[in-house]
Design a protein around this ligand. Sequence first.
Ligand code: HEC
Ligand code: HEC
Ligand code: HEC
Ligand code: HEC
Ligand code: HEC
Ligand code: HEC
Ligand code: HEC
Ligand code: HEC
Ligand code: HEC
Ligand code: HEC
Length: 312
Amino acid sequence: MIKKTKIAQALKGSLIRLLLAIVLVFSINSLFAAEQVTTAEVVEVDCLGCHQESQGSSIHAIWQTPHGKVFGKNNETCVTCHGPSLEHGKVPRDNSPSLSFGPKWPSEFNEQSAVCLGCHEKGNQVMWLSGVHNDEQLSCLSCHNIHTQIDEVLVRIEQSETCFTCHKSVQASAHMPSSHPILEGKTTCVDCHNPHGNISEHSLNEPTVNDTCFSCHAEKRGPFLFEHAPVAEDCTTCHKPHGSVNASLLKTRGPFLCQQCHSAAFHPSVQHDGGGLPNTGQGSEFLLGKNCLNCHSQIHGSNHPSGSRLTR
Ligand code: HEC
Ligand code: HEC
Ligand code: HEC
Ligand code: HEC
Ligand code: HEC
Ligand code: HEC
Ligand code: HEC
Ligand code: HEC
Ligand code: HEC
Ligand code: HEC
């Protein structure tokens, strides 16, 4: 029941976001159409005549990137992103290119992204306009570098560093005793999140938290003969995704973890002395002090015919 309402809510949220995105993509596209570059204009301004390689400018590193390789080694490449820049071509020190990304003439975050979205509006970037980073006024350039041979955010092992510049608490988590191997580069942010935004909560790659976890921990999906309700519901009921001071990324240590939900008075899940139990004394005290997992080891679900108590 709880699960159904959750899914319904998520779907409702997604639909609204999707509609919003369609409207936004539409308006940006018509905006971009007005700036469309024609070949005639390209010939008018000789960008490369002034912005020469011999001046030791780093901008020519673009020839080593997919953009430079695809667009070709000519002025047309430059106007693809910076626009026709007619006035800039005449008196460069007084006039900005049609679109400059700075540093002298910085442009708005949405103007910057609109140019990129002109070509990258599909695939992973399709939800950009309704994503949280766009809401927070980041642009594509908050993470990507265009005029460098190696765009660090695309290099798996270095990727997280870009994210850590803003997400300090996630960085702290990644250093905790139990964590996903993010610092080692074995799991990275984009294994679970789409940094370009997604319709799911927290911009996860999959529609739900659990589906995201199953993409690597498939064995936890089941189906199980005996399910443990909170596991099927949401892994983050018990686990933290990035890092934890407790073993196995647990939010709280057992037995306290379990006792948040299980407080049946007849079972050792509540604190009591050995009094009411047979063999009062050492044996029972020993039993009471133990973590629930010593007996309920199949905490994620059991396929054993007599595993209904998740003990085997
Ligand atoms: C794919 C889009 C794109 C293309 C193609 C492109 N640029 Fe840029 N350019 C940018 C962005 C974005 C910046 C902002 C700096 C950055 O993120 O790399 C920039 C920055 C610059 C700067 C300022 C750099 C500085 O730090 O002072 C100059 C000059 C420049 N571009 C010239 C050119 C020239 C000349 C060409 C053609 C060879 C060109 N650009 C092609 C996107 C592009
Ligand atoms: C006549 C020479 C000349 C031509 C032609 C020229 N530029 Fe420039 N460009 C300059 C100079 C000089 C600057 C530095 C302006 C300054 O810092 O005052 C500059 C700066 C820039 C910048 C950095 C702007 C910023 O905000 O810091 C970009 C981007 C740029 N040019 C792109 C282009 C593009 C694209 C073309 C071709 C459409 C082009 N330029 C054609 C001379 C030229
Ligand atoms: C005119 C179309 C066009 C524009 C505008 C454009 N790109 Fe691209 N971009 C491409 C093409 C084509 C590729 C190469 C795709 C491929 O190799 O599959 C590419 C590749 C990329 C890649 C992958 C690079 C890699 O090393 O694999 C990134 C990241 C990227 N673009 C970001 C941007 C950003 C950020 C902007 C805005 C500043 C932008 N693009 C503007 C067409 C464009
Ligand atoms: C928060 C950081 C961030 C922002 C902002 C961002 N990107 Fe990316 N982008 C990434 C990362 C990380 C990857 C590598 C993804 C991977 O390896 O799966 C990437 C990959 C890409 C690629 C390569 C192909 C792909 O889809 O994986 C393209 C193209 C691209 N981004 C375009 C854009 C455009 C266009 C924008 C702005 C609308 C943008 N990015 C904004 C972080 C960012
Ligand atoms: C320039 C700063 C900046 C960079 C760089 C950045 N982010 Fe963010 N990010 C934000 C802000 C601001 C928010 C919204 C506030 C929050 O949730 O922390 C956000 C939100 C998010 C969220 C959504 C959280 C939620 O609860 O919905 C995710 C996921 C995320 N970022 C992942 C990434 C990843 C992955 C990278 C690197 C590829 C990255 N970010 C790089 C600033 C940044
Ligand atoms: C193993 C999957 C996974 C990886 C890897 C991962 N995340 Fe997350 N992240 C999640 C999940 C799941 C949530 C939702 C947390 C919740 O509901 O308690 C989340 C939440 C977030 C949030 C919002 C809540 C918060 O903790 O601030 C941000 C921001 C975020 N992640 C950024 C990142 C960044 C940056 C990286 C890479 C350094 C990263 N994540 C790596 C799964 C992951
Ligand atoms: C991209 C693959 C990937 C995804 C997605 C993923 N994990 Fe992991 N997970 C790993 C790897 C790799 C390890 C480390 C395994 C090892 O060290 O043997 C790990 C370890 C763990 C551990 C044990 C940590 C420890 O300290 O022993 C837990 C718990 C865990 N993941 C839970 C989750 C949860 C919950 C999710 C969903 C939010 C998730 N994982 C999503 C790859 C992933
Ligand atoms: C009711 C709490 C709870 C929930 C919900 C839960 N786990 Fe766990 N998980 C645990 C406990 C407790 C451990 C430690 C087990 C141990 O030490 O033997 C653990 C350990 C793990 C481990 C590391 C050891 C192993 O068994 O591989 C992974 C991976 C893991 N959980 C993934 C998941 C995933 C994926 C989900 C969601 C489908 C999930 N967990 C939901 C309590 C939970
Ligand atoms: C978020 C709440 C929650 C947490 C935390 C939780 N459980 Fe459960 N557990 C449940 C629910 C709900 C059921 C299903 C109860 C039912 O069907 O009557 C259940 C069922 C069980 C069962 C099977 C009982 C039966 O009647 O079939 C066992 C055993 C169990 N849990 C042990 C644990 C242990 C051990 C932990 C700690 C690692 C734990 N649980 C953590 C909510 C939780
Ligand atoms: C020494 C082993 C042991 C320990 C430790 C233990 N249990 Fe149990 N638990 C059992 C056994 C055996 C059953 C099955 C009893 C039955 O079927 O009548 C059971 C049954 C349960 C049930 C189902 C109750 C019911 O309706 O029959 C729950 C819930 C439960 N345990 C939770 C916990 C929690 C929470 C902890 C830790 C605080 C814990 N257990 C510690 C052995 C243990």
